[in-house]
Design a binder for this molecule. Structure first.
Ligand code: WQD
Length: 339
């Protein structure tokens, strides 16, 4: 199939492009490079020995986006669109809510407009476990009600899910697959692509990676008084390659109209200190840390029941926490681009 990967130069978009190409699909990437680098596209080609068409376009620019669809429709129309593009820093979204609503919602709406105009009936959306808020029942299943969302970033994910549900209800041909990611970490085994945030990492593992590489002195552990095995927050970390393969599996639904929702996680929860210990094991480096106050908006425990994706998509995560930390560290050594 021919797939448009919106945000294809990003962390999850690039790994998904690799797995799509490996599965024999044709990939067109579109990215405004606001949080990624053009070099990533060359590395996707190097890993897969396949060509990838790339458009440096901001999806918020409707005209430029439609021009891409117009050009590509002259050869073959897109069979599906995988929508990764969007701002994704939780803390930043609290400081810049309007930019987040404008960017994340406008880009998705433009994609839907393009889908209608160019008869593409399938979209796979990069959603997030954050839409569950602080769920009462753990592990979380897709039947769990959406909860109180603590950040504009999370709100945009929930709002986009609603926009896509309404889009599906208005057009009986549309298939919308909402993939709710838990905590994606790690990197491709080649070490050529990985997680490369600009500036100070918001997320746990990129921050630990910086400490391991001597870029930061110590990790701040946000709270050790949660009701968990060691008092620190527990999350469902999933290897980004497993996550990418989940998108390939979701393409099975490209011609099945309706809204399809799946948790993409491992079903295992690990605490902050367990991740620190694992990173020390795989890197051979000490990861100094200091316990500080809880981070506002954090929940104590969040991990999923991934059985719906297993039963309906034939997908489940195969890689464990050691694989995730090992591949993350390997990327720091071999492929890291942000100094
Ligand atoms: C994990 C755990 C922190 C940093 C968010 C979004 C989610 C997705 C992933 C984008 C928590 C603790 C963290 C640090 C720490 N977003 N921590 N020190 O908050 O579970 O999920 O990122 O793809 O949609 O909600 O991920 O990695 O920030 O935190 O102690 O410097 O690590 O308190 O318990 P989170 P995270």
């Amino acid at each position: 199939m021919k797939i448009l990967v919106a945000g294809g130069a990003g962390f999850i978009g690039s790994h998904t492009s690799v797995e799509l190409l490996a599965a024999g699909h044709d990939v067109v990437c579109i990215d405004n490079l606001s949080n990624s680098k053009l070099e990533v596209i060359d590395r996707i080609k190097e890993i897969t020995s396949r060509d990838v068409k790339f458009y440096n376009v901001d999806i918020c620019n409707k005209k430029e986006l439609l021009d891409v669809f117009d050009i590509e429709s002259k050869t073959k129309k897109f069979d599906s669109i995988i929508m990764f593009a969007g701002y994704k820093a939780v803390g930043e979204s609290v400081l810049k809510p309007i930019e987040y609503y404008e960017n994340n919602l406008e880009s998705l709406i433009n994609i839907c407009i393009a889908m209608k105009m160019y008869s593409c009936n399938s979209i796979i959306f990069s959603s997030s476990a954050t839409v569950y808020g602080d769920p009462k029942i753990i592990p979380v299943t897709e039947a769990c009600e959406k909860g109180k969302i603590s950040s504009p970033y999370g709100q945009t994910k929930s709002m986009i899910e609603q926009i896509l549900e309404d889009f599906v209800n208005s057009d009986k041909n549309i298939s919308a697959c909402l993939l709710r990611y838990f905590n994606p970490i790690g990197a491709h085994e080649s070490g050529l692509i990985g997680e490369d945030p600009n500036g100070i990492p918001n997320n746990l593992v990129p921050y630990i990676a910086d400490v391991a590489m001597g870029k930061r002195d110590y990790l701040r552990v946000f709270g050790s008084d949660y009701n968990t095995k060691d008092g620190t927050g527990v999350r469902d970390y999933i290897h980004v390659v497993d996550l990418a393969k989940g998108h390939v599996a979701a393409l099975k639904l490209y011609n099945k109209p309706g809204v399809h929702i799946y948790n993409l996680g491992t079903g295992e929860g690990y605490s902050v200190l367990e991740v620190v210990k694992m990173y020390e094991k795989v890197s051979g480096k000490s990861i100094p840390y200091k316990i500080v106050d809880r981070r506002p908006g954090d929940v104590a425990v969040l991990y999923c029941d991934p059985s719906k994706a297993k039963n309906e998509l034939g997908w489940s995560a195969k890689l464990n926490l050691e694989d995730m930390c090992r591949d993350s560290y390997n990327y720091q050594l071999k492929g890291r681009m942000n100094g």
